[in-house]
Design a protein around this ligand. Structure first.
Ligand code: BDR
Ligand code: CA
Length: 313
């Protein structure tokens, strides 16, 4: 059993990651969920997290984190996720409690109180995590690993070189990559292979209440993905959870990864030291390949599980 903390900015793919983790209580114990301004403003992504958690009847502590990055103003991504940050379904306004408006302090408390080391699942700009590590350095020895969606060695999406989560807050990412905590990086190199097809998305329609919710989310997300050249939909954030559930479906290499914080064309780029003798020891397992069939089956199976345990209509 792994104890995990999910830091997120839902976000269609964040929602898939939360649902899949929640569907596997035998393997993953979700200690808590925190939100961070990213895909949309903090208020909006927190509402989205409430909607998802409430829809599945979860009783997981939800904490609100930072509204924006450490240094620069927030860049949101309405073109990918819509004005709400998670467009597609209609939520009936169900509410869900926020246990703390200071996610960094709350995470610190919860992680130290956990009898075993905790894995952080980071699905958004790394601001909350960087603040946690800097404010409470004693927490580092209680963190087993950070499984993050972020970056890309070969290319970016927000800019040619930088992926969205890192681009939004490169200073925070720099702190995390230099923290000494083992990192598993699901960057664009692997997450763009981690797709669900249109036929798979369509198969979710009316299959069950949670599957249907995923259909409404993924249908919107698939259409918005066309403008970026995607036919099928990369479920980026789900990789960070899928690796915890089924590491055998991934291939990766341990590398030394760093982040560009300078102004200019490469701001937010993640790069690996590819020299035969790198200047620093490896700090990151960079995931490079995933078995797409098994990855998408993991999502579809998780949703089917939740169809049976979700709240009654
Ligand atoms: C990442 O950016 C966000 O839009 C997604 O939720 C994901 O975390 C992909 O670049
Ligand atoms: Ca995200």
């Amino acid at each position: 059993m792994k104890h995990i903390w999910i830091d997120c900015d839902p976000g269609h793919d964040d929602a898939m990651a939360i649902l899949t983790a929640y569907a596997h209580p035998e393997k993953l114990h979700i200690l808590g969920v925190s939100t961070i301004g990213g895909n949309q403003t903090l208020q909006k992504v927190t509402q989205n997290a409430k909607n998802v958690l409430s829809f599945i009847g979860a009783e997981i502590p939800l904490a609100m984190g930072q509204s924006g990055p450490l240094v620069k103003p927030l860049n949101t991504a309405p073109e990918a996720h819509g004005e709400s940050g998670m467009d597609g379904p209609y939520f009936s306004g169900e509410d869900y409690p926020v246990v703390s408006e200071n996610a960094v302090a709350f995470m610190h408390e919860q992680i130290l109180a956990c009898p075993e080391p905790v894995t952080i699942v980071a699905l958004a700009p790394l601001t909350n995590i960087a603040l946690l590590l800097r404010t409470f350095p004693e927490v580092c020895s209680h963190i087993e690993c950070i499984s993050m969606m972020g970056g890309g060695i070969d290319h970016g999406n927000c800019t040619p070189l930088a992926e969205f989560n890192i681009y939004v807050d490169p200073e925070a990412a720099h702190i995390v990559f230099h923290s000494g905590i083992p990192i598993v990086m699901s960057g664009l190199d692997v997450t763009e292979q981690a797709t669900v097809t249109v036929a798979q998305i369509d198969s979710l329609q009316n299959r069950g209440r949670v599957s249907h919710l995923a259909y409404e989310l993924l249908h919107f997300y698939n259409e918005s993905g066309h403008q970026f050249g995607f036919i099928d939909s990369p479920v980026h954030d789900l990789c960070a959870v899928a690796w915890l559930l089924a590491p055998e479906i991934f291939r990766g290499t341990k590398r030394y990864v760093d982040v560009v914080t300078d102004e200019g064309a490469s701001r937010g780029q993640t790069f690996a030291d590819g020299r035969p003798i790198p200047a620093h020891p490896a700090n990151t397992l960079v995931l490079e390949q995933v078995d797409r069939e098994k990855f998408s089956a993991l999502l579809l199976d998780a949703l089917a599980r939740l169809d049976h345990v979700g709240k009654a209509e």
